[in-house]
Design a protein around this ligand. Structure first.
Ligand code: ZN
Length: 259
């Protein structure tokens, strides 16, 4: 299909989905009206905004950031991702990977909320066709060789937004500046094919128009990296926060001027 045809179909599916599956861990009520769905669609992709902005003026809504704490609640994965249930990630220094990922996610969320963004922390299972302005999967690496150190950031191999690569690069820069951890420049195949990006294969994945990236924050098995990601996770959070805000800009999107 041509890109615009594809986008239109995506928008219709978005509206049909109604976002009822978009849980927020019970923290706040979830608007699930069609209008909300349309507005979310507009924010997710400026290119289609003119198609849907004519009836009512858009409300200025905060940009939405999703932080996924890798492996968190992995045992609750749905059948289509049952392999996740047995993938607890790495562990070292008395820490399971999910604990480290969750702590960094929470600290990052608090920085973003203070700055005015709307934030949701997600477990290993992503709600179906999950919609946000950006999605960041947070993980830590592991290796039998404790001298191996470094962080990496990856964008999806299949990226309908066309913007994930740019976001990944910004995040890689700010993360390195904030943490001093060595950058490993190449994202692995597994990162680029991360399950939560594979909307063409799994229902529990991000929406094609959600800009997604994955960060391996450092090696939990490295004494050097662990000093930051476990010993001083606020630095990791600061680096992720800066990458997200640099990419998104101010937290409140301007109201549409189209009518
Ligand atoms: Zn992991």
């Amino acid at each position: 299909m041509k890109p615009m045809a594809y986008l239109s179909v995506g928008l219709v599916m978005l509206a049909l989905a109604g976002f009822n599956s978009q849980g927020r861990n019970g923290k706040e009520p979830v608007p699930s009206s069609g209008q909300m769905a349309v507005e979310s669609g507009m924010r997710a992709n400026d290119a289609i905004a003119p198609l849907v902005a004519s009836s009512e003026p858009a409300l200025p809504l905060p940009l939405r950031v999703a932080l996924q704490a890798g492996h968190w609640k992995a045992a609750e994965a749905p059948d289509e991702l049952s392999g996740l249930r047995y993938n607890g990630g790495t562990s070292a220094g008395g820490k399971q990977e999910w604990e480290v990922n969750l702590k960094i996610s929470e600290l990052t969320a608090s920085l973003l909320e203070k700055a005015g963004y709307e934030v949701e922390i997600l477990p290993a299972t992503v709600p179906q066709r999950y919609e946000a302005d950006v999605f960041v999967a947070i993980h830590a690496d592991g290796n039998n060789d404790s001298s191996i150190s470094g962080y990496r950031v990856g964008a999806p191999r299949r990226d309908a937004t066309g913007r994930a690569g740019e976001f990944a690069e910004m995040l890689a820069q700010t993360y390195g500046e904030a943490t001093g951890i060595r950058r490993l420049p190449v994202a692995t195949r597994r990162m680029r094919g991360y399950y939560a990006f594979r909307y063409n294969r799994y229902r529990h994945a991000i929406h094609p128009m959600t800009v997604g990236v994955i960060i391996e924050t450092g090696f939990l098995t490295s004494d050097v990296d662990r000093k930051v990601i476990v010993g001083d996770p606020a630095r990791s959070a600061q680096g992720i926060f800066e990458g997200i805000t640099r990419f998104l800009g101010p937290p409140i999107m301007e109201a549409s001027e189209s009518d």
